[in-house]
Structure formats: C-alpha cells, structure tokens
Design a protein around this ligand. Structure first.
Ligand SMILES: [Zn+2]
Length: 294
C-alpha cells in the first residue's frame, strides 16, 4: 500500500516535470528557430571565407557610419550661393486662395524633397552659410511658413515630422492662441521638435507705414515674446505683406536680428542684403521642381 502511494507520487511528479519541459521546450524551440534564421541571414550577407571577428568589426563600423548623419557639407563662394527659401502660409483642405496648399500636395512636396536629397536648414544655420559660404550642405533649402496658422500645427507639423524635415515658422505674436492660430503650448511642442519659431512682428502692420520707434517696438517685443515662450533665440524677421523701408532694416539690426525676409520672388544670396532676403512662393497646384533652380 505504502509502495503504491510512493509510485503514484513519483508518477505525478514525472508528469508535472514533463508538462513543464514541454512548455519551456516550445519557447526554446521558437527562440532557437529565430536564432538559426538570423544566423542563416547573416551567413547570406557574409562571405563564407571571412573570419568571424572581422565580420563583427565590419558590422560595428557600418553602424557607426550610419549614426553620423552627413549632409555632404562643403565650402562655396558666398557670391554664387542661390539658396531657395520656400514660403508657405496655410496647409489646408479648404483652398480658398492661392496662399493655401492642401495637405496631400504638401506631403508630396516634402516627400519629393526627401527623395531628391535636399537638406532643409534652420534659419539659425542660414546666416553663417549665406555670409561665409562654409559648411554648405548638398542641395540646401529652407522651409518657412508665415503667420502661425493653426493648420501649421495640425497639418504641416505631422508631415514634417514624418519625413524628419526641419522647418521655420514666422509667428505674429499678438495672434498666438487666437482663432485659427496655434497657441503657446503647440508652439513649445513644435519648437522642441524641429520647428524653429521666428518673428512676423506683434501686430502684422505694414512696417514702412510706421515711424522708426514703432517699427522697433514691433520687432523687439515680438522677438522677446517668442524667445520667452520657446527658450530659443529668434534671429529672423519676415516683413508683413513684404513691406519695409530703410528704417525697417535699421530697426531689425538694432533689435538684434541677423536676417530680414521679404516676399520678393527669388533664391536667397547675401548680396541682396541680409535684411532684404528673397523667398520662393509656393502656390497650390505647382510642382516644386518647377520653381526650384536646376
Ligand atoms: Zn503675414
């Protein structure tokens, strides 16, 4: 009787062990299958006669090369630079006027820039590049938006993030959080994620209609306001409706701006004057290749 009980206990223990072993076994089988698969794949890539250590070193080298993001920087004569600064306003389905680009068109354009090896710049990089011609990336370009529309945040920003393209927004500071314009929170989020915030004045006046002191206030107050929100330096001003005069240029300099942007249609070069830089307007229905210099 006692012997029978002992055998029964042993049998139960044996069954329990068997179940546990089968459970682990399945996992192990899967893991080892994957390992075998990975090994086969590695073997496919590796010449059979290459020693194992050498392959490992090569893998490491390839990884570190990928980690260093190169834009093909080189030096050029500043006089010969012609950098396209794209001017966008609204990215919206509702194309009411020629300042609005539908999101699918904008997406195609950004994809095209990415696929064709363009390197979009931040405005904080552009000043040095224009003036010195040093460290110019291959196919430099600048993406800018005027006015700070809400759809820049809801429509353009996700597309720019998708393709990892840096861009710049000229903000009208009295409109932050106003109807149809993004708010401080959105501004902070974008500024922390690859969108540089620059100034488009406080109230969007035609600057050439204002006396010098009033111009200076528009430029100084907007710069401070944006810098306080984002914690990043503002170095560019874009003149509302493209209106400016010599006093505007002087005020921009006094307020601490490095560059001033107009809406005159051309690529940018320092010989235009750093406070009279030109841009290329993007209208709905056009292809970027049609407006970019070849
Ligand atoms: Zn504007």
């Amino acid at each position: 009787m006692r012997k029978g009980k002992g055998i029964l206990i042993l049998l139960i223990l044996f069954l329990l062990l068997l179940v546990a072993a089968v459970g682990c076994g399945n996992d192990q089988k899967e893991v080892s299958n994957k390992a075998a698969q990975a090994e086969t794949e590695k073997k496919k890539e590796t010449p059979a006669n290459e020693p194992r250590e050498q392959t490992a070193a090569k893998d490491e080298k390839q990884q570190s090369e990928q980690a260093v993001f190169t834009r093909g920087e080189h030096d050029e004569a500043p006089d010969s630079l012609a950098i396209p600064v794209l001017m966008y306003h609204s990215i919206n389905e509702d194309v009411k006027n020629n300042l609005i680009i539908p999101p699918n068109e904008f997406d195609e354009q950004m994809k095209w820039l990415k696929d064709n090896g363009y390197h979009p710049l931040y405005l904080r990089e552009l000043g040095d590049i224009l003036e010195t011609g040093k460290n110019v990336p291959e196919k430099p370009i600048v993406i800018t938006f005027d006015d700070g529309y809400l759809d820049n945040y809801t429509n353009a920003y996700p597309i720019l993030k998708k393709y990892a393209l840096p861009a710049n927004i000229f903000v009208i500071t009295s409109k932050i959080g106003a109807d149809n314009h993004f708010d401080e929170q959105a501004m902070k989020e974008m500024a922390a994620n690859g969108i540089e915030m620059e100034s488009h004045t406080v109230h969007h006046p035609e600057l050439n209609q204002l006396p010098y002191e009033a111009q200076l206030r528009e430029l100084t107050d907007s710069k401070k306001c944006i810098e306080t929100i984002t914690g990043q330096e503002v170095n560019s001003i874009c003149y509302p409706v493209g209106r400016y005069n010599e006093e505007t240029e002087r005020a921009a300099q006094e307020a601490g701006y490095r560059m001033g942007f107009t809406i005159e249609n051309s690529t940018a070069n320092k010989n235009q004057g750093m406070y009279r830089l030109k841009r290329l307007r993007v209208s709905p229905g056009i292809k970027l290749e049609a407006i970019l210099p070849q």
